[in-house]
Design a binder for this molecule. Structure first.
Ligand code: GLN
Length: 558
């Protein structure tokens, strides 16, 4: 029998509901249960795919090519389960399917209403993951805050589900804020009381209340909350600020979250196995060195836009025992070669992540050029790979105005272009999305990192390396080392004679885990850490850098 947990938020948004849900997933998985997390968002967009990164942060892509909310990234990183389209549903998607059915006569002339039609469709979708995966526990996070008008049908749906799946198979967790009034030196429980009352008014009695708090919650406050919110004192779980999100599951387990959930769902509370996770956090908290990575992008004011990339860099750091400092660089500020050199001079590695549109492109090209000519480790992801190709075409192959047709439709050298079968249909639905196979060239940097001949990585882009230029590149020092066999598309490029300059058309950041870094991120940080060491040694005038480190400092690719 599948058990269902629903997590709602109260008082304010941005409480870290996604991290709480992901942490609970890990806590239960570590008890030997098969857990699947999912998110239901009350907004009307069909999915976040077309939303501005400034509003919504990163779009997380699953194996099956769903463009989803960034919380799914947390779920995958914490629980190490691959999620799918059914793991993220929006109100827009629910309404779309109902309205399509209505147009097709699927309701046989009946009146179509929020209750029961919308709530039925929400419930149907909430139970899908269990059928698809056979999970023991499904954790569903409801986006937004209780009291929002738009989330009402979702709250009503989760109220009804309890009676559909059996009361003993369903638990509600409400996450709220417990503000601390410095002047009075007091934790204030009133907002939580009101939020719980609101939830009760909608027919839901939470089983567990999780409280974000800046200071530890004293016994008196716990008892007060328990009394006024109708829960047991053991089910009042404090959620203090953590130094790293990866410590949250350990803190939550210590607080008794797993125990309280097992009790609420009548699951036997078996011992947890979080030792590896704890070791990973310990490594994260005790780095032996540090490395600075320049992240050159166009959405740098909102760091959530690059969430998975940043996490993957940290994962590489955990592996190499290195603290990763990110130098956020707005690509537009790299306005000429001199500025680029000044701004990038301190970097031990340069990463150009994915992006759309032409803003900042020339700055990114300068960053790639600097990395290539100064032997600074470079990692290009999706757009960053296309940038690497354009830079090389312009400055090494002599194709002066080389570009992507995304940036300049009339470029005389479209080294990045749409595929012939895509021409004319560039709006909506034409992205290459999800998992694709890639064959690695023997002896390449990528093959060495993956220790494999064939890999599968996730994609989200529209433009491709233009095979019309393939012969020209094949006779150059930019090696084409990864190919999609099905459609003969170039997926990986590597700069020969450079310590580490790799560009990938896919998004490796979606598959990295804190205790299992994605191979390319792992190697990138390893090489950047060696570069940092050699740079440090050079700066201190001590000499004696290791052979490999020394190599990074010498010469550039002509
Ligand atoms: N804008 C580029 C394309 O559509 C790259 C996309 C990306 O970096 N995700 O191909």
């Amino acid at each position: 029998m599948t058990k269902y947990i629903f997590i709602t938020g109260g008082v304010v948004s941005s409480l870290g509901k996604g991290i709480a849900a992901a942490s609970l997933g890990l806590i239960l998985k570590s008890r030997g249960l098969k857990v699947v997390n999912q998110k239901f968002d009350p907004y009307l967009n069909i999915d976040p795919g077309t939303m501005n990164p400034y509003q919504h942060g990163e779009v997380f892509v699953t194996d099956d090519g769903a463009e989803t909310d960034l919380d799914l990234g947390h779920y995958e990183r914490f629980t190490d389960e691959s999620l799918s389209q059914s793991s993220n549903t929006t109100a827009g998607r629910v309404y779309l399917s109902i309205l399509n059915k209505e147009r097709e006569g699927g309701f046989h002339g009946g009146t179509v209403q929020v209750i029961p039609n919308v709530t039925d469709e929400i419930r149907r979708r909430m139970l899908l993951s269990a059928q698809e995966t056979g999970a023991n526990v499904i954790i569903t996070e409801i986006g937004g805050t209780v009291g929002d008008i738009e989330s009402l049908p979702f709250i009503e749906a989760i109220r009804q589900i309890k009676y559909e799946v059996g009361v003993e198979n369903c638990a509600y967790i409400h996450l709220t804020l417990l503000p601390y009034m410095k002047k009075a030196q007091e934790l204030k429980s009133k907002p939580t009381q009101h939020s719980v009352k609101e939830l009760q008014g909608l027919g839901i009695q939470p089983d567990i209340i999780m409280l974000r708090s800046e200071v530890p919650i004293d016994a008196a406050t716990r008892e007060k909350l328990a009394l006024f919110c109708n829960v047991e004192t053991d089910s009042i779980i404090q959620n203090l600020n953590a130094k790293s999100i990866y410590e949250v599951p350990l803190m939550m387990e210590k607080e008794g979250l797993g125990k309280a959930v097992c009790k609420a769902l009548s699951i036997e509370d078996t011992p947890t196995h979080l030792e590896d996770w704890a070791q990973m956090v310990d490594r994260l908290y005790h780095p032996a060195k540090s490395v600075t990575i320049a992240l050159v992008g166009k959405y740098v004011e909102l760091r959530d836009a690059y969430l998975s990339v940043v996490e993957s860099l940290l994962h590489g750091g955990i592996f190499s025992n290195a603290e990763v400092n990110i130098d956020w660089i707005d690509a537009e500020t790299l306005c000429d070669e001199k500025t680029a050199a000044e701004r990038l001079g301190q970097a031990d590695g340069i990463i150009v992540p994915g992006g759309f549109g032409d803003r900042g492109i020339e700055g990114m090209i300068r960053a790639a050029q600097y990395a290539r000519t100064h032997n600074v480790p470079y990692f290009g992801i999706c757009l960053g790979m296309q940038i690497q190709v354009i830079e090389f075409a312009r400055h090494v192959l002599g194709l002066k105005d080389a570009n992507s047709t995304e940036m300049n439709k009339d470029t005389p050298a479209p080294v990045i272009d749409l595929m012939p079968d895509q021409n004319g249909v560039i709006l909506g639905g034409t992205l290459r999305l999800g998992k694709y196979e890639c064959a690695l060239k023997a002896g390449s940097t990528a093959a060495a990192a993956y220790k494999a001949e064939t890999i599968w990585e996730r994609h989200r882009h529209r433009y491709e390396f233009n095979n019309a230029y393939r012969a020209q590149f094949e006779h150059s020092t930019l090696r084409l080392t990864g190919v999609n066999p099905e459609r003969n598309l170039i997926e990986i490029v590597e700069q020969e004679g450079h310590p580490w300059m790799v560009g990938v058309q896919f998004h490796p950041e979606f598959k990295s885990r804190p205790n299992r870094p994605q191979p390319l991120f792992r190697e990138f940080i390893k090489v950047a850490a060696a570069y940092a060491e050699s740079a440090g040694t050079a700066a201190a005038g001590k000499g004696g850098a290791s052979d490999s480190a020394e190599r990074y400092r010498k010469g550039g690719t002509k």
